[in-house]
Design a protein around this ligand. Structure first.
Ligand SMILES: Cc1cc2nc3c(=O)[nH]c(=O)nc-3n(C[C@H](O)[C@H](O)[C@H](O)COP(=O)(O)OP(=O)(O)OC[C@H]3O[C@@H](n4cnc5c(N)ncnc54)[C@H](O)[C@@H]3O)c2cc1C
Length: 418
């Protein structure tokens, strides 16, 4: 049986820019647009900012440098990394403690951080920037006039409401909004993984001995498949995470495995300090944008680059992200940010991790603002203006070819594991 309901949905507000999703990409987008003087609403389905990087317990800013002492990912990603550790512990390597080192180093700029302090800091940041935030609110529908998005329907304690928007940034991680708007999307695949945070008597002793509480928190696992699929159980499917059954099975089965594993441990020698508050799916749904970044684009320059990024696992492997990865022609006021931008295979992995997700959030916030100021559709935004603003915000747009060793090996053939 199917049911039909006819609702009148009240309009509760109208904004120049609405950001759907308050992960790091959404926060970066909202903050950037607000800094440009725009009226911004951010809608978040949980009650915490940061998404996977806080609520999801993924607490490692992966390397932001080329592996030889040069910082590649800068701008807001650098500001957020510093914010993440400002009021809590860090694991910044010695050579990077005072900023970019004067001499080359093999140590990579990366850090762990306190998820709770980062989430609280992001809330403070957006409040100070004047962003309106709707917590505990899920975007359930888009109101379209052709391919123009008029606004979003949300559901929360007040029931269903409608918010009008001049431009909408999809930072849901899953392209939920753009997919509903009819923009072509592509589903990904996920190995079986669940990260939990625990403390043990031993880790607490080490923390006390070193006077560093960060030492007490350990990652432990449900499913423990790696990024490349190592440890993926033979009898488990790959999950795309784009429908209720897939997400629920992924969460349920990972929790069962974690439970079994933890039950075999001495109950008085360890405690779980946090379970993930969202499904830890890496690549669910992303847009099929005007350009799709692939591993064959490594070392390639793009005239419309909105930021250089580095491969987190392979030193010296550098990319530039073309603006076209965030938009799709024909959709005038919609843009993607974070892990749902257009990239494929291992290049999707490189683009979706925390620092690049912040970068594409920053780009989306600026682009939406420029689009409104210049009366241009988002896919046609003047990338020269965008690049000037990004450069002024300390984003490195292009890497230098002299940073790439002459004898560098190509990626191995099996790098594209998804
Ligand atoms: C197992 C695993 C390990 C990882 N390891 C690392 C690592 O070590 N280092 C690293 O840098 N990156 C890692 N990543 C990747 C990284 O965490 C994410 O890709 C990145 O944080 C994505 O940020 P985002 O803002 O794009 O999306 P998300 O963090 O997914 O944020 C999306 C936000 O949107 C909200 N939302 C979703 N739908 C709606 C809706 N309909 N209405 C309202 N709100 C909505 C969600 O609640 C969430 O807050 C890992 C990811 C996984 C899953």
């Amino acid at each position: 049986m199917s049911v039909t309901r006819i609702y009148e949905i009240p309009e509760r507000g109208s904004y120049e820019i609405i950001v759907a999703g308050g992960g790091v990409a959404g926060v970066a987008a909202a903050y950037t647009a607000a800094r440009e003087g725009k009226r911004v609403l951010l809608i978040e389905k949980s009650v915490m900012l940061g998404g996977l990087a806080t609520l999801g317990l993924i607490t490692l800013f992966v390397p932001m440098c080329n592996g030889r002492g040069r910082q590649i990912i800068r701008g807001l990603a650098d500001e957020f990394m510093r914010l993440a550790i400002k009021y809590g512990f860090d694991t910044i390597p010695e050579d990077w403690k005072q900023g970019e080192p004067k001499a080359p180093t093999g140590q990579r700029l990366k850090t762990r951080y306190d998820t709770g302090m980062f989430a609280l800091s992001l809330n403070r940041l957006l409040c100070d920037a004047g962003v309106d935030i709707l917590y505990d609110t899920i975007v359930t529908d888009v109101v379209m006039e052709g391919n123009l998005c008029r606004g979003l329907v949300v559901e929360n304690k007040s029931g269903k409401s409608y918010y009008g928007a001049g431009a909408v940034i999809d930072a849901t991680g899953d392209a939920d909004v753009l997919w509903r708007a009819g923009l072509p999307c592509v589903a990904g695949k996920n190995f079986f993984t669940m990260v939990l945070h625990k403390i043990t008597l031993n880790s607490c002793e080490a923390a006390v001995a070193e006077g560093d509480i960060g030492r007490a928190i350990k990652w432990t696992w449900g499913g423990n498949a790696t990024l490349s699929g190592k440890n993926q159980p033979q009898d488990r499917p790959l999950y795309d995470g784009t429908d209720a059954a897939s997400v629920s099975e992924y969460v349920r089965e990972n929790q069962l495995v974690a439970f079994e594993r933890l039950c075999s441990e001495d109950r008085k020698s360890r405690a779980i300090v946090a379970l993930p508050g969202m499904a830890q799916l890496r690549t669910t749904r992303r847009i099929d944008g005007d350009y799709t970044l692939t591993t064959s684009d490594v070392f390639r320059h793009f005239p419309d680059s909105v930021g250089a990024i580095c491969d987190m696992d392979h030193r010296d492997y550098l990319y530039e992200i073309p603006y076209r990865c965030l938009v799709r022609s024909g959709y005038p006021n919609l843009i993607a940010a974070g892990r749902c931008v257009s990239a494929a295979g291992y290049a999707w992995d490189v683009v979706r991790v925390i620092p690049p997700a912040i970068l594409t959030g920053q780009v989306a916030g600026l682009a939406a603002s420029i689009s409104l100021d210049t009366n241009k559709n988002l896919p046609e935004v003047d990338t020269i203006i965008l690049q000037e603003k990004l450069a002024a915000q300390n984003v490195l747009l292009h890497f230098d070819d002299s940073w790439i060793p002459a004898n560098i090996e190509p990626y191995s053939d099996n790098i594209d594991h998804i």
